[in-house]
Write a protein that binds this ligand. Structure first.
Ligand code: ADP
Ligand code: MG
Length: 352
């Protein structure tokens, strides 16, 4: 009888809901690093230190000197859909990396997460959440800012554990993630260290805070991360159209690459991987590069919040423009124009 086969509908418990959400937010150690570093940036940190061991599988720790969290707010920070960053009324006017209130509870559902924090004029406190089970808040010692320690990522979800790649590949993804965020935030200092095997570890990447105005700081930061060779072989870009603005650097066709690895795209300060935008970048160089060559570029697109939706995917690495044609047009025409101008003055280097 068909009625006996009818499955019962039940409400999932909080731990199960968090594990499901974690599947979207936390794909691999690098996604955990991204969420934690973005939280540090949102907290107004000037210096952020990231350490990891074994490709981030056993340990990820992010230390910042930002605004901190009061002991009373710690349980909220670790609960789902709790955020200090939006009030929910205007999802198109977001000025922080975070807003979904999902990262910390998700990480605490699939790993062992401890957050220690101290807000000005408040006591330092810490709280742990492991496999979705939260502990009580207890006092700790900390001068200020926040330290988030994530151990044994995916221990609570063995299926996901199997999908992790080699330590080396995961460490590479972490480095790439940190460098992209460091490009977007030139006034913040970043240190990335691999502490596998214990001890002080090995510095993988370091960028002290850049000084000066945003454009100056940005070009110094790009030089530091991508190398002087990149900035020496790139043209400064400054274009706008239809309410969208684009700044950054695009490499000369002679400095192209065999793969698309050196393409860094940002929308309103957020690193994005977006097929439409990379397609536009390709199109801009179409007549200048053979099919197997890829342009190198770091491009920052800025526009009013209402012209772009960042709430497309839980990891927020995709965006949706209200007028995709305008965004494509800005990239294609802005870059073609700059490259053509460069062609007329072939002997002068612009970016050096
Ligand atoms: P979201 O970033 O979307 O708000 P999270 O789960 O990442 O959600 O963080 C929840 C809340 O915890 C944040 O809104 C913020 O108030 C607080 N928080 C998280 N990390 C930090 C940090 N490093 N410094 C200060 N506050 C933090
Ligand atoms: Mg966050």
């Amino acid at each position: 009888h068909i009625g006996e086969l009818r499955p019962q509908i039940r409400q999932l418990d909080e731990a199960a809901i968090n594990r499901i959400a974690a599947g979207e937010v936390v794909e691999r150690p690098a996604s955990a690093v991204k969420e934690l570093v973005e939280n540090a940036i949102d907290a107004g940190a000037r210096r952020i230190e990231i350490t990891y061991a074994d490709g981030g599988k056993t340990l990820i720790r992010v230390t910042d000197d930002g605004c901190g969290i009061t002991p009373g707010d710690l349980p909220l920070a670790l609960s789902r859909h709790a955020t200090s960053k939006i009030d929910g009324s205007d999802l198109l006017n977001i000025h922080t990396f975070g807003f979904r209130g999902e990262a910390l509870p998700s990480l605490g559902a699939v790993g062992r997460l401890t957050i220690a924090s101290r807000a000005p004029d408040a006591d330092a406190a810490e709280m742990t959440i492991a496999g979705g089970t939260p502990s009580a808040v207890k006092p700790t010692a900390l001068n200020g800012g926040t330290v988030v320690t994530l151990r044994d990522l995916f221990y609570a979800t063995p299926a996901r554990l199997k999908f992790m790649r080699t330590d080396r590949a995961e460490a590479q993804a972490i480095t790439d993630t940190v460098k992209r965020l460091a490009m977007a935030e030139p006034h913040i200092g970043f240190v990335l260290r691999d502490v596998s095997g214990g001890g002080a570890g090995r510095t993988v990447f370091r960028a002290d805070p850049e000084t000066g105005d945003l454009m100056g700081a940005m070009s110094q930061r790009l030089t530091r991360i991508l190398g002087r060779e990149f900035t020496d072989n790139a043209i400064a870009i400054d274009a706008d159209r239809d309410g969208l603005a684009m700044t950054g650097y695009a490499a000369l066709p002679t400095y192209s690459r065999g793969s698309a690895v050196a393409q860094y795209l940002f929308v309103n300060g957020r690193p994005v991987r977006d097929k439409m935008l990379t397609g536009a970048l390709r199109a801009a160089y179409r007549d200048l590069l053979s099919r197997d060559r890829h342009p190198a570029a770091a491009l920052f697109i800025e526009c009013e919040g209402r012209l772009v939706d960042v709430n497309v995917h839980p990891a927020k690495s995709e965006v949706r423009f209200r007028d995709p044609g305008a965004a494509r047009g800005l990239i294609v025409s802005g870059l073609r124009h700059a490259l053509a101008e460069q062609g007329h003055r072939a002997s002068s280097t612009v970016a050096g």
